[in-house]
Structure formats: C-alpha cells, structure tokens
Design a protein around this ligand. Structure first.
Ligand SMILES: [Zn+2]
Ligand SMILES: [Zn+2]
Length: 162
C-alpha cells in the first residue's frame, strides 16, 4: 500500500495513522519493525500496539500452532537475520548436533530441543548452532576469543601436568 503525502507528513511529526483502528497516534503507541518493507517506511508497524495485541489474541485462539510458527519465524528473522529455511540448513550442516560438544541438545527435561543460535553481539553475525550449555558457557566468557582460548589452554595445561 502506497503511503500518501498525508501519512508522510504525520510520520515526520512523530505521529502515525494506524491501519487497524484508523486513529492517528504517537510513535510510542506503535511497535518497532525492522523489516525493510515498503509498507513500513516509518520503521514502525502498520497497526498500533492495541490493535496488534487484539489481532494476536484472536489469531492465537484460532490457530495456536500457526501463531507459534509465525512467532518463531519473526524471532529468527528479527533477532538473528535468518529465515526458517536457513536455520534448518544450518541444523543439517551440523547433523543436528552442537558445534562445540557435538551432542544433541536434550534440554532440561530430556526432551529434545532445538539448537540455539549463537550470534556475535559485536557483528550481529550468526556464529554457530549450539546446545543450551555450550551456548550459555560461551556467552559467560563474553564471546571473547582470547578468553575462550585461554580457558582451553588452562585445561590443557592442567591435564598435561596431571
Ligand atoms: Zn490501532
Ligand atoms: Zn554443546
């Protein structure tokens, strides 16, 4: 949907017209949207938070499975910049196991879990798919290559000396 000059003027003024309720509201009433869609030139969602929440409620009740899938797709895309297909390809490339320990992620209750995407906060790039423990451990060392290397050296030295 092309945006009118009217809408552009409002966006410049920090307010935006909601496609749902039709009310013009301040930006604070809209959620951020990082997708680069022509409909979202403002960087905010087309519908206000209230309309979006109402829509999600109805949608969830109608199809919990579909909405879970949609939420997952959204998280992959917005947090990690990958599609569901790209994620599945990464899992295949790692044979479904953690890139560090080589184990399947059994999760806390022994139920098999999806591998976590470890991403570099500095570059925003995906590093690898890891199990819950390795993902957490690497993060605890600040994703710092020097610290991770030093940790490995200390373990090697300790075992060599034993
Ligand atoms: Zn609205
Ligand atoms: Zn692991």
């Amino acid at each position: 949907m092309a945006e009118s000059e009217f809408d552009r003027g409002h966006i410049a003024g920090g307010i935006k017209h909601c496609n749902g309720c039709g009310v013009t509201k301040p930006f604070a009433d809209f959620s951020r949207d990082n997708r680069h869609s022509p409909e979202l030139v403002s960087g905010y969602q087309a519908r206000c938070k209230a309309c979006y929440a109402a829509w999600i409620k109805v949608h969830r009740r109608a199809s919990p499975e579909a909405s879970r899938r949609a939420a997952r797709k959204w998280t992959l895309r917005n947090r990690y910049g990958v599609s569901v297909h790209e994620y599945d390809e990464m899992v295949m490339a790692q044979c479904g196991t953690c890139a560090i320990c080589g184990e399947f992620d059994s999760g806390r209750d022994g139920e098999s879990k999806r591998l976590a995407i470890h991403h570099d906060h500095e570059t925003g790039r995906v590093v690898a798919l890891l199990c819950t423990s390795c993902n957490w451990g690497m993060g605890q060392l600040g994703d710092d290559p020097a610290s991770l290397r030093r940790a490995a050296e200390l373990m090697e030295e300790a075992r060599a000396g034993a």
